[in-house]
Unconditional design. Structure first.
Ligand code: EPU
Length: 417
């Protein structure tokens, strides 16, 4: 087992460069299989989720070459095979292969996707969209078998703006016959990034980034080159760390608009933050005041920053409230934060956080990716040493986390125990 050992309370100075977005990369890499030919993706983060996707591509007989930050994908010999549970259960994004294999072969067999255990995470909206586009779906002990004679565009009214269902619908509709209109679509930047790449491949997608997306199907797509957008959750996590420990800390290679919901809250809290066109500078000179925040779909406050932001609120004066509206079970970090000295009460979907409280080093456990990020922030500000177990979760989403933090002055290392 890998653990992260952190000695807290070191001031951080210098620059942290943000990597390509995990949640964009995990959609764009499978999406390259919609084209026959070669696609080069740049700004691909070096994280374990990408390793699993690459294994899945290779299993489907797709050639891949990875160099620093890029992946070249040649789909010439793509084969349709049932994706084994060991691969599909490792991450949520594995179900994008359902859409792609359905679009390309009109037949797919795949298990329920994996991902962090942060709520029920049903896939009913994806299944509804596939059915409306012409698929017949049988389910047997979590194995989905999908067939279609013909895939045809349709009106897809999503019951909620699900990121995954919006992506899956786009992936099938680009090669379906005629026009598809998705209403109540998710507006996350990762969806806009996907549409941009697919349009470069020859697709016709309009309205990505708004709640109505129109896709006019085309018979085939060709390979392209594409740069993945910067990771707004990684950027947000380091900005939160900067608000606590920054001494002129630069967070570089960001799209400020993508993290505006966070920076607006930080400004309300009194943080010292200076935002430029593609970077920001953050210091912890000012005392922070508590705020009340709810998570919402983009452009609202992202659920993926809720857990690291909880740690920040333990250091703000007064009582803060943080309400999680997207997932049912995303508070598993709270037990460990309280163990470290925080004063947080869970009331249904809302955390009541009493601050500011001193945190002390402890042995804690990352139960999911962003819980890991929350505990890392806590370890960095705690008195003494913290050991974070199960950091495999954290390594799924943050590229070179130890190197990036060490370079700006943190005392942090990974140990194998
Ligand atoms: N939902 C349904 N039915 C569906 C689809 C979703 O009820 O058919 C519910 C889910 O249970 C959840 C909510 O709607 O409560 C949002 O789900 P959504 O489909 O939007 O999320 P996702 O596509 O499964 C992606 C990210 C998550 C991020 C969410 C929300 C990827 C691979 N994952 O998940 O990222 O939290 O969007 O922004 O893109 C993370 O990076 O830590 C992470 C969990």
């Amino acid at each position: 087992m890998k653990v992260l050992q952190v000695t807290g309370n070191q001031k951080l100075t210098g620059s942290i460069r943000i990597s390509g977005a995990k949640n964009s990369a995990v959609a764009l890499i499978p999406a390259t299989l919609l084209a026959s030919g070669t696609t080069t993706l740049c700004n691909v983060p070096d994280i374990s989720d990408i390793d699993i996707l690459e294994k899945t591509l290779n299993y489907l007989n797709v050639e891949t070459k990875r160099a620093s930050g890029s992946i070249v994908i040649n789909t010439k010999n793509l084969e349709n095979k049932p994706i084994p549970k060991e691969l599909s259960s490792k991450l949520r994004a594995s179900y994008y292969f359902m859409a792609i294999l359905l679009a390309r072969f009109k037949h797919v067999e795949m298990y329920f996707p994996g991902g962090c255990q942060i709520g029920l995470r049903p896939i009913d909206q994806t299944l509804k969209a596939f059915r409306l586009l012409g698929a017949e779906i049988k389910e047997n002990e979590h194995l989905f078998i999908m067939d279609a004679n013909k895939l045809k565009g349709n009106l897809i009214p999503l019951d909620m703006p699900s990121v995954g269902a919006t992506i899956n619908t786009i992936l099938v509709a680009v090669l379906a016959e005629g026009e598809t209109i998705i209403t109540n679509a998710a507006c996350e930047p990762e969806i806009t990034d996907l549409a941009l790449m697919l349009n470069k491949m020859g697709a016709h997608i309009a309205g990505a980034g708004t709640s109505t997306i129109t896709i006019t199907g085309v018979p085939e797509l060709k390979g392209t080159n594409h740069d993945i957008i910067p990771d707004r959750i990684e950027a947000g996590t380091y900005t939160i760390i900067g608000a606590l420990l920054g001494n002129y800390l630069k967070i570089d290679n960001i799209v400020p608009l993508h993290i505006k919901a966070l920076t607006d809250e930080l400004e309300k809290m009194g943080a010292n933050i200076d935002i430029h066109s593609d970077y920001l500078i953050i210091d912890n000179q000012n005392k922070l005041k508590g705020v009340d925040v709810e998570t919402h779909v983009y452009p609202g406050f992202p659920t993926d920053l809720q857990q690291p932001f909880t740690t920040l609120l333990t250091q703000a004066s007064g009582v803060s409230h943080l309400t999680e509206t997207i997932y049912e079970n995303r508070f598993m970090n709270v037990f460990y934060l309280n163990k470290m000295g925080a004063n947080i009460h869970i009331d249904d979907k809302t955390l009541e956080i009493h601050g500011a409280t001193k945190l002390k080093g402890e042995i804690v456990e990352a139960t999911d990716l962003r819980a890991g990020a929350s505990l890392l922030v806590a370890a960095l500000i705690a008195d003494g040493d913290t050991e974070i177990k199960n950091i495999e979760h954290l390594l799924r989403g943050y590229e070179e986390i130890v190197e990036k933090l060490t370079n700006v002055g943190a005392k942090i290392e990974i140990k194998e125990i």
